[in-house]
Design a protein around this ligand. Structure first.
Ligand code: PLP
Length: 374
């Protein structure tokens, strides 16, 4: 069997007619950056997420960065974030000149561990060197963090909440979609994301009119009433109209794709639950399954045996943030974030996309069962 880790071709064949028409319209229209397709996309994405505003930007990393810039996060500020995440979550904090404070994740859902967050906020306050300012929660592998608990705690502590929803656009918790769960949500349209374009893309979602205006300004060099009036420090973080056209075509099938992703995940879990640690979805949560991640012992061996049977796998992520050379902090030696460190050694992501056939899922599941039995 020739199994794709992510199959973008099957999706492209499905949306071909709409995609073709939309791309041709952009080419004919000639507004290649922040054209009418970008405005249309922002409306569609905001409506779907139940947010007042969507600001489309160049990628998910810039979305996070702009969110921090608009709040004026910088030197002296402590920003709390999970140690077990993708690089960009930590990178933007350091680029802002703020102090990253790594927090461990929950062993059940791999998202921020609230009890550990509380301990670390208290420790930062007590040390008095940095001002606790922002919590960045990451919706790892497509499952939203527990924002109800997080928002309540943050409000009591005077902290801002930024959702890194790069992997979770379309997901839900207690009937509310990502984009409306936190005050500000950043997302990514990297091609392999559940909703991805054919290049780089991202967006910020919020209900806050003032912040939305600041994001629009920052993504275009800090412009004011027009582009030659600069009212704040900004950057070039605009989205291409061609990417917006791709996303508009994909939004036509996205709700169905979310359903299919959940069917794939359910079949995997049914087959694998007795053999490996399968993902744990919190009650009331709809994941978009950016990844289907299992935990195994002898990961190298399992990965090797799966590869021999034509089953591609990936490791997200082999190294937690506090052990990355570029992101290390003095008080974050090995052993200080034990769950993140353990996960980094055992996680293995299986092929996941909406077009996986049942026979393929069964083939992969059988191969995993064989691979862990050795
Ligand atoms: C958790 C997380 N945050 C941020 C990003 C950054 O997004 P981008 O690659 O679009 O810059 C990604 C994805 O790549 C991610 O998975």
């Amino acid at each position: 069997m020739n199994i794709a880790f992510v199959d973008l071709k099957a999706q492209q064949a499905r949306i071909a007619t709409s995609l073709d028409a939309r791309l041709k319209k952009v080419l004919a229209g000639g507004q290649y950056i922040l054209g009418p397709e970008v405005a249309e996309l922002e409306g569609v994405l905001a409506d779907f997420a139940g947010a007042r505003h969507c600001i489309a930007v160049s990628n998910g990393t810039d979305a996070l960065r702009i969110a921090l810039m608009a709040w004026g996060v910088g030197p002296g500020d402590a920003v709390f974030l999970p140690a077990f995440t993708y690089t960009a979550t930590a990178e933007v904090v350091l680029l802002a000149g703020a102090e990253p404070v790594y927090v461990d994740v929950d062993e059940a859902d791999y998202n921020l561990d609230l009890a550990d967050l509380k301990r670390r906020v208290a420790a930062v306050r007590q040390a008095g060197r940095f001002r606790p300012r922002v919590v960045v929660a990451v919706d790892l592998f497509g499952q939203p963090a527990d924002y109800a608990a997080l928002n309540a705690y943050a409000l009591a502590e005077g902290l801002l909440v930024l959702a890194d929803g790069a992997q979770s656009y379309g997901a839900e918790r207690d009937g509310t979609r990502v984009g409306s769960l936190a005050a500000v949500t950043a997302t990514s349209f990297f091609p392999s994301k559940p909703l991805g374009c054919y290049g780089d893309g991202g967006a910020i979602l919020t209900d806050d009119d003032g912040l939305a205006g600041a994001y629009r300004s920052i993504r275009a060099h800090g412009q004011g009433r027009d582009k030659y009036e600069i009212v704040r420090l900004g950057m070039n973080a605009r989205l291409d109209s061609l990417q917006a056209a791709v996303l508009l075509a994909k939004m036509e099938v996205f709700p169905d794709e979310i359903e299919r992703r959940n069917q794939v995940a359910e079949r995997y879990s049914r087959r694998l639950a007795n053999h490996v640690v399968t993902p744990n979805v919190a009650p009331g949560t709809l994941s978009v399954w950016a990844q289907y991640t299992i935990r195994v012992n002898d990961r190298d061996g399992v990965q090797h045996r799966l590869k021999a049977k034509g089953v591609p796998t990936q490791i997200y992520y082999p190294k937690p943030m506090h052990l990355q050379e570029a992101y290390r902090r003095a008080d974050c030696e090995e052993g200080t974030l034990p769950v993140s460190e353990r996960l980094a050694k055992h996680v293995l992501a299986l092929p996941m996309h909406p077009y996986l056939q049942e026979a393929e899922i069964d083939y992969i599941a059988d191969a995993v069962i064989d691979a862990v039995r050795v």
